[in-house]
Write a protein of this length. Structure first.
Length: 723
């Protein structure tokens, strides 16, 4: 419960409570005496209720009552255990936010949905789905709950120290000067771990006196967290996680916050990215994925470890959280430290195939004879894979650039590696006879968004020909394969046999084969000509459209050029004005320096001790002769005058100075020093050029001669009186 206050401590506590599935409420800013802490908390988007303090008790009691009843109610109704209903909720969330949580651990998602149901006063999951459909803002709130991450600088310091002391020096030892060290931190949240990695790399390079560049990529699916990470600004509480030496060396403290130093921020690149569906970063020296996989299900974890192996350079380092491991992929990584989960990339002879993006495995492991109920889905997938292998024609999955993404079946009769540099382009790999038909079919299927089937294509194979049916089908679901194309090859019976009918003589010998070949070539030529004509018409339309766009862009560029010329003239005029103002300011600075020198020489020549205090009676400055009266050094500037030990028998000096500041009436006292000398202390208000009072000026005038004359006069008068 965040009430009136200043600072951001409430926000830090809020993040910690939300990470443990708690509830947060904040006072309405209009009702708060100091709204700094309240506004800071609301700005995070993690506050469940914003209300006046008078309404908080009832809402708090209601939430507590629901939380107490939650376990029994959940056990009785099973309100978040229905898989179909949960899938429907995740599908709604995906459609509203674009983020797919189907591969996250269901237990974690269930707890977060339970909490949102309590906040929204919803009793069961179907009712919550209806609320999710009717309230678009609820999808954003649920996404916020699912994306809450717990992070800090140098989390588990012993693990980072082990990495810095024993692992990173060997990583940079063999790298040539001027090379770039690349690191990736997926799931970086607000950037603390990414900055920690960058600081470790910088310290290691400084200790080794090596000249290497650093590039650290920090990614997260939470765009707001990535934006906060780019700023590099953190609360003062990071002092409990970062050593004072690192705070001084890598941070700048300003306005109650710590900002990461500019040269460290320039080594990092933060971007929104999903490790599940987006392409990964490659050629990495270090991959730090700590406490991310604990939120993902086991199948997705098995897909990510080979992906990490693919991303790292030979000898690269994989840094996991203490609750994570590489599982069954011991052939891909060798352990460096099993306790802190630090691994080195191993060159495996046959790494498993990598699908981008990583998805669920299509075929599971071989099931035992006695199948448990939990293994039924695995058996089903194995049966589906067996049916596909036995009855489905060979096919390849290609992307928009015609590059092969996935291969099913034996496609060697239709595709072969092209000569020259290695490529996986399906058009370049097509065998003779297929190469003419395949490009047009792919373009037609991609443009029309429908299946294209070509029959009777003769493909040369091992000195002979096979007749096939070519099918190109656009893939639209699931979401992960949308935009890809499936190209399948189905072998047909020989054309001569298919053409033979009762009552019709069949040509024999070479003449029949020649006629068949010419008919097929004519059919292919007509088909290719029609496709070329259609493509030419489409290309002409696209060229016309592109020409119109270029003309429009040219006009915009001309307009922009004119604006640029005008802006340049304005900048030249502004530059001249700035030069004039700069010259005037330089003259004033020179004049001020001369006046300051004159005043300093004047005060030194009159040999007058003087002390200048501000309105709060703190020392602003003093003349060079003042230490003869009051022991002051330059380091005392800014200290209260009461803290200074004086040589005068004048205990009321600060009180008199405060009275002068308050009443503006000058004060004058004759005061004796501890060495017997006498001074006349004058306290006058300090007036600025705008006639404002900004403290007091205290002067000390030596009056020893005057006091001696007065003593002599009194002595003479006493003699006269006695006579």
């Amino acid at each position: 419960v965040i009430l009136s206050g200043t600072g951001s401590d409430g926000t830090l506590g809020l993040r910690a409570v939300k990470a443990e599935l708690g509830m947060a409420m904040a006072q309405e800013p209009q009702t708060a005496s100091y709204d700094g802490m309240v506004q800071s908390a609301i700005a995070t988007g993690l506050v469940d209720y914003v209300m006046p303090p008078a309404e908080m008790p009832a809402r708090l009691v209601d939430y507590a009552r629901r939380a107490v009843r939650r376990p029994a109610r959940a056990a009785r109704t099973g309100r978040v255990d229905t898989t179909d209903t949960m899938d429907k909720a995740l599908a709604l969330l995906h459609r509203r936010t674009g983020h797919d949580f189907s591969m996250y651990k269901r237990s974690t998602i269930a707890r977060r949905i339970e909490r949102r149901m309590d906040v929204c006063h919803v009793e069961d999951l179907p009712a919550y789905i209806r609320h999710l459909e009717a309230t678009p803002a609820e999808a954003d709130a649920l996404l916020k709950d699912l994306l809450i991450g717990v992070t800090s600088f140098f989390r588990e310091p012993e693990a980072f120290e082990r990495l810095r002391r024993d692992v990173l020096p060997g990583l940079i030892k063999t790298r040539p000067d001027g090379d770039t060290l690349r690191a990736w931190v997926p799931g970086c949240s607000t950037g603390e771990e990414a900055f920690s990695i960058a600081i470790l790399l910088r310290e290691t390079l400084d200790e080794a006196k090596r000249n290497l560049q650093i590039q650290v990529f920090g990614t997260d699916i939470d765009a707001e967290a990535v934006t906060a990470a780019r700023g590099g600004t953190y609360a003062p509480s990071i002092a409990s996680d970062v050593t004072p030496e690192r705070l001084r060396q890598f941070f700048t403290q300003t306005h109650g916050s710590y900002i990461v130093r500019q040269d460290i921020r320039e080594t990092l690149v933060f971007a929104p990215q999903s490790v599940i569906k987006d392409p990964p970063f490659t050629r990495l020296d270090l991959l730090s994925c700590r406490n991310l996989m604990i939120y993902l299900d086991a199948e997705l974890q098995k897909s990510l470890i080979p992906l990490f192996h693919y991303c790292l350079r030979p000898g690269g380092i994989l840094f996991l959280g203490t609750s994570e491991s590489i599982g069954e992929f011991g052939d891909l990584f060798s352990p460096i430290d099993r306790k802190w989960k630090i691994y080195r990339r191993r060159e495996a002879g046959g790494p498993p195939a990598i699908l981008f993006p990583p998805g669920r495995p299509l075929v599971g492991r071989e099931a035992p004879t006695g199948v448990r109920p939990a293994d039924v889905p695995q058996v089903g997938r194995s049966a589906e894979a067996l049916l596909l292998e036995t009855y489905a024609p060979p096919c390849v999955i290609i992307n928009a650039r015609c590059d092969v993404v996935f291969v099913h079946g034996r496609t060697g009769r239709f595709l072969e590696p092209a000569p020259g540099p290695g490529t996986m382009n399906v058009i370049e790999m097509a065998r003779e006879g297929l190469r003419l038909e395949l490009p047009g079919a792919i373009r037609a299927a991609a443009a029309r968004k429908r299946t294209v089937v070509l029959d009777g294509i003769r493909v040369r194979n091992n000195g002979g020909y096979v007749t096939i049916r070519l099918t190109v089908r656009p893939l639209t679901r699931p979401e992960v394969v949308r935009g890809l194309l499936m190209v399948s090859f189905e072998e047909l019976p020989a054309v001569a046999k298919a053409a033979a009918k009762p009552g019709r003589p069949v040509a024999s010998g070479s003449a029949a084969r020649r006629v068949t070949t010419l008919e097929q070539e004519l059919k292919h030529t007509r088909r290719s000509l029609n496709a070329t004509i259609e493509e030419l018409g489409t290309s002409n339309e696209e060229l016309k459209s592109a020409n119109e766009e270029l003309q429009s862009a040219n006009e915009e560029l001309q307009s922009t050029n004119e604006e640029t010329v005008t802006s340049r003239e304005e900048l030249q005029s502004t530059n001249e004005e700035l030069l004039t103002v700069n010259a005037e300011l330089q003259g004033k600075i020179d004049e001020l320096a001369r006046v300051r020198d004159d005043m300093a020489n004047l005060l030194d020549s009159v040999e007058l001790p003087a002390l200048f205090l501000d309105g709060t009676l703190h020392i602003k400055r003093f003349t060079s002769h003042l230490p003869e009266v009051i022991a002051l050094i330059p380091g005392d500037i800014g200290r209260p005058v009461d803290d200074i030990a004086s040589k005068l028998e004048y205990g009321r000096m600060s009180a008199d100075a405060a009275r002068v500041v308050r009443t503006l009436v000058p004060c004058e006292q004759d005061v004796r020093a501890q060495n017997g000398r006498w001074y006349r202390v004058r306290i006058r208000p300090y007036r600025t050029g705008r006639d404002a009072i900004d403290g007091v000026v205290i002067t000390f005038i030596a009056i020893d001669a005057q006091k001696q004359m007065e003593a002599a006069r009194r002595y003479a008068e006493s003699i006269i009186d006695t006579v």
